[in-house]
Design a protein around this ligand. Structure first.
Ligand SMILES: CC(C)(COP(=O)(O)OP(=O)(O)OC[C@H]1O[C@@H](n2cnc3c(N)ncnc32)[C@H](O)[C@@H]1OP(=O)(O)O)[C@@H](O)C(=O)NCCC(=O)NCCSC(=O)CC(=O)O
Length: 493
């Protein structure tokens, strides 16, 4: 009798054949029909065929040609316009902003003596433990204001960080694409924890002298997944703007005002994880010179449940120190949000073979009262690259497990976390840049960006590569040769 493991092995070997048949179902069905038609035509002969053609009425011929042509024209006119990414640029961190672990911890120890701060020796020991396990490396960066004792957290220092990060990313992007600021019709910016007046979009419009009729939106309080919300919003604007319009999307998080000086453990965690970063992305409805096509944006929100709503929460602790409280339930909540998101995006991106297996397992579970394991679709059949928000080591672990991804699939996320830390909504762009800097992107490759964040939200964007980057410039230019690095579970110094 065949053992269950060898049966499973045989089934695995048959899977490529199954995928080939199901995914090419129309061709598999059409080929024998075409052969049968050709054989039949040969049997009846050309005279008979000509007689049939002459017997057709003009009205039938007209309908047979006009109806499909009209339907195709209507479809082409009414389908939403395609949106493309012309290019993107990430803020390139500077050596003078680096915070090796020793510097970070020494600085935190000195902050314990600052008047008003209640962060203490125990908090520093806790942060040491977290840093060792965080997956962050020695080159992540904090804004200049955080290198002072006490760290500056005022408006002026916060604005200085914004200007440093977003203006340099935008400068790089405009230089790369050759698009002038006056050609930008739509501007969408997201930054969750800092919403000054005038807004980020006003700062950008003033700095670059943009047109007075530019459509602009600043999204705040929307968490780390807001970058993909911005992309979705820009796409919606572009689809109703004149053809060839340009949208600039800027995603960042401002760290300066958010250094926490209390001793709540759940609020000390962001001090250890969040680091400087930002990205600027140029979208357009013109395909000319575009590098990627945006194929999907799918947003899911689980905030109607209390636990999900409160799991990333800005508040004051018992002593009045403001910070971000990250719940220990975050991983479970992220898992649920991911489930909701893949349920929504799966049918839009998975090939028919995976959808059929999923539907069969769903029905089997119904019939057999859940005694069959649910089938986890293989998203590697839909995407060649994965950019998973680098929220923390445990977040990437959870996603890798839930999606059944290989170590190579999540390499970009782990390396971005190591090199840049949790850069919030811009992390997925650093990951895309990693894949490109490694030379792994090919024309036609599909990319899945998955963002997580407060709310609690899980948002996805799917892209298709038209033209890979020609050079490894950008945020990884100096460090890509050292990556990938081995990241131990616990880093001991
Ligand atoms: C911090 C970690 C690297 C630690 O990893 P480990 O698995 O090795 O260790 P661990 O989970 O046992 O945690 C180590 C110690 O920290 C404590 N600990 C962990 N998480 C905590 C939390 N949220 N609140 C309070 N304490 C916490 C544990 O109790 C334990 O203490 P003890 O040993 O004493 O019991 C990991 O937990 C992690 O990556 N967490 C995810 C971080 C996260 O929430 N990221 C999302 C950021 S939000 C975001 O990106 C989006 C947004 O803001 O919108």
């Amino acid at each position: 009798m065949m053992s269950s493991s060898s049966a499973a092995h045989q089934l695995r070997q048959l899977k490529p054949l199954y995928q080939h048949v199901v995914n090419n179902f129309v061709a598999v069905l059409a080929a024998p029909l075409a052969v049968a038609a050709a054989v039949n035509a040969a049997r009846v002969g050309p005279d008979e065929l000509l007689r049939w053609a002459q017997a057709l009425r003009a009205a039938h011929v007209f309908l047979a040609l006009f109806v499909p042509a009209a339907a195709a024209t209507l479809y082409l006119m009414l389908r939403p316009r395609s949106v493309y990414m012309v290019d993107y640029a990430c803020f390139r961190t500077r050596p003078n902003c680096r915070v090796p672990f020793a510097t970070f911890l020494e600085h935190a120890k000195l902050v314990t003596f600052v008047e008003g701060a209640s962060i203490d020796e125990r908090s520093v020991r806790f942060m040491t433990r977290l840093l060792e396990r965080s997956g962050l490396g020695e080159e992540t960066c904090l804004p200049p204001a955080h290198h002072y004792i006490p760290p500056y957290r005022n408006m002026e220092a916060s604005r200085a960080e914004v200007e440093l990060v977003i203006f340099s990313a935008i400068d790089d992007l405009l230089a790369k694409t050759g698009v002038s600021p006056g050609a930008i019709d739509i501007l969408v910016v997201n930054c969750s924890l800092f919403a000054p007046v005038p807004s980020f979009t006003d700062m950008i419009i003033r700095r670059y002298g943009m047109r007075p009729d530019i459509r602009n939106v600043h999204l705040s309080g929307m968490g780390c997944s807001a970058g993909l919300i911005s992309v979705g919003l820009a796409r919606n604007f572009l689809q109703v703007a004149p053809r060839g319009a340009h949208a600039l999307v800027v995603s960042t998080e401002t760290i300066t005002p958010n250094y926490y000086v209390g001793k709540e453990r759940a609020m000390l965690l962001p001090n250890c994880l969040f680091r400087m970063g930002g990205a600027a992305v140029l979208l357009s409805t013109s395909r000319a010179r575009a590098r990627f096509r945006l194929s999907r944006v799918v947003r899911t929100l689980t905030g109607a449940q209390d636990g999900a709503y409160r799991c990333v929460f800005q508040e004051e602790d018992g002593e009045g120190h403001r910070g971000i409280n990250l719940s220990k339930d975050l991983m479970a909540i992220a898992g649920d949000a991911l489930k909701a998101n893949i349920t929504a995006i799966g049918p839009l991106v998975l090939p028919a073979s995976e959808q059929l297996l999923f539907a069969l397992s769903f029905m089997a579970r119904r019939v057999l009262h859940r005694r069959v394991k649910p089938y986890l679709p293989d998203f590697r059949t839909a995407f060649e690259h994965f950019c998973i928000h680098a929220g923390g080591r445990a977040v990437i672990d959870e996603l890798q497990r839930s999606l059944g991804l290989s170590d190579e699939d999540v390499e970009a996320s782990r390396m971005a976390l190591h090199r840049f830390g949790n850069t919030s909504s811009s992390s997925v762009w650093y990951e895309l840049a990693y894949i490109e800097a490694k030379g792994r992107m090919r024309k036609g490759d599909r990319v899945w960006m998955i963002g997580f964040g407060s709310g609690f939200k899980c948002n996805s964007a799917a892209w298709e590569c038209i033209q890979p980057a020609r050079t490894a410039e950008g945020p990884w230019a100096e460090s890509i040769c050292r990556y990938p690095v081995d990241i131990p579970e616990v880093l001991k110094h």
